[in-house]
Design a protein around this ligand. Sequence first.
Ligand SMILES: [Zn+2]
Ligand SMILES: [Zn+2]
Length: 382
Amino acid sequence: MRTRAAVLYAPHTPYVIEEIELDPPKANEVLVKFTASGMCHSDEHMVTGDMAMDQGILDMLGWQQYPIIMGHEGAGVVVEVGPGVTELVVGDHVVTSFVPSCGRCPSCASGHQNLCDNGAYLLSGRQADGTARHHSLDGQPIATMCCLGTFAEHSVMNINSLVKIEPDLPLDKACLVACGVTTGWGSAAYAADVAPGETVVVIGTGGVGMNAVQGAHHAGAKFVIALDPVEFKREQAQKFGATHGAASVEEAQALLGELTWGRNADKVIVTVGEGKGADLGTYMGMVAKGGKLVFTSVANMNDNEVTLNLFDLSMQQKSIVGTLFGSANPRHDIPKLLSMYRAGQLKLDELVTRTYTLDDINQGYQDMRDGINIRGVIIYGD
Ligand SMILES: [Zn+2]
Ligand SMILES: [Zn+2]
């Protein structure tokens, strides 16, 4: 079939909105018509080239990075199922999960679906069987972001990457739990393991960080400091449970000195757009004795240098932990967070600053770069 997609041909170029050829679903795959897709900052890393891999390695693996259909925060309706698919039927409402979960590998079986072994395919640009379903009209294969490609009206995806949701939930809000909400919320509730009465600093309160604020608030934090240079985001953070705002690390440090009588933050969560190793030491300076820093951000793949005072790390018994998808289990946490939304506990509506059509995607990303959106969402027509 033919569908329309936003195709990224190379780093530092705009998305090209065009018709593509989409093959029918094979075994363990379904065809989904998207209703909405969030515009996550992670997609931007393919635009800036932060996630560009060495061409020699790509050739050796048979992987492809460009051209690519980006987008991994989708929600829509199943319109066709491939041979042998029994867990989804036509008409089911689904949310994508940028981390697949097979349910059988050691990680899935031990309750860490975010670390599923199928994650090995995420950067391949191909389906799990190594072939492409997406092609240009002249037959060239097109890669998909995280085996999804939600910046398109339709996509064919593996059932391991889809989570069925209740059909009465609004898909234009449900898409947000596909990545940003769950990653941020889980970074606080699971990875940081925020406990009642703790002081938490969230660095970078965009689509992910805003939900780390929300998660820390749900977990009972006493003080939640939203650290972001953009005033609009600091203001918005108050709706999600931030008790204080800081425009810079210096401001946050001054606040921490006052609020904690110099003890610093029990938990610091890093959700900036692009994590930099050179900033790590500065962030660790806000962590209390025995406290923890959670690193959620995507960094440049080739950034191997960090600045860190190791004396401070051991003598103050601090820890640093990385987290993927907020250490959440997609099949457990996506429905759970949506049930919290239904119960009025989880804020989703307030995250969507603006909506766009697929044709407006370049404007949508410019708005993200300009810091005027918490989350922009693409709404697909009928
Ligand atoms: Zn994302
Ligand atoms: Zn697995």
